[in-house]
Design a protein around this ligand. Structure first.
Ligand SMILES: [Mg+2]
Length: 130
């Protein structure tokens, strides 16, 4: 029913990514997965723009905060304006603030209940202006 919702999931943890990806796929969303910040940026610059980007914060190399900063200052407006949800495993004070300051529209703490994630994605994408 929601095949028209394109999701890009970026998570260095392959099992996490495939569990979340499979769930969203089965629910009918169009899911792409990247395992690093570099791969994510390349994917976007190749013109694969999702309706919503789920971005893990803790990744080796380029972390999610850095990816977000690059996205928000990107020369391409459609990349700059992406709807970005930060996924963070840290329950540290100030972590949410750090994500939002770097430009995330929202953040979710892991572990995430898959059903709640699906509901969240659908509600946020449906709020977007057409
Ligand atoms: Mg990670």
């Amino acid at each position: 029913m929601d095949q028209d919702i394109r999701v890009l999931l970026v998570d260095d943890h392959e099992l996490n990514a495939s569990i979340i990806g499979d769930y969203l796929n089965i629910a009918g969303l169009d899911v792409s997965i990247c395992h690093s910040g570099n791969e994510c940026l390349l994917h976007l610059e190749e013109g694969n723009l999702p309706d919503i980007l789920l971005l893990d914060i803790q990744m080796p190399g380029m972390d999610g905060i850095e990816v977000m900063r690059i996205i928000r200052s990107h020369e391409q407006k459609d990349i700059r304006d992406l709807l970005v949800v930060a996924l963070t495993a840290l329950a540290m004070d100030g972590d949410a603030k750090r994500c939002l300051e770097a430009g995330a529209n929202f953040y979710l703490s892991k572990p995430i209940k898959l059903q709640e994630l699906l509901g969240f994605i659908i509600s946020k994408v449906k709020e977007l202006p057409v």
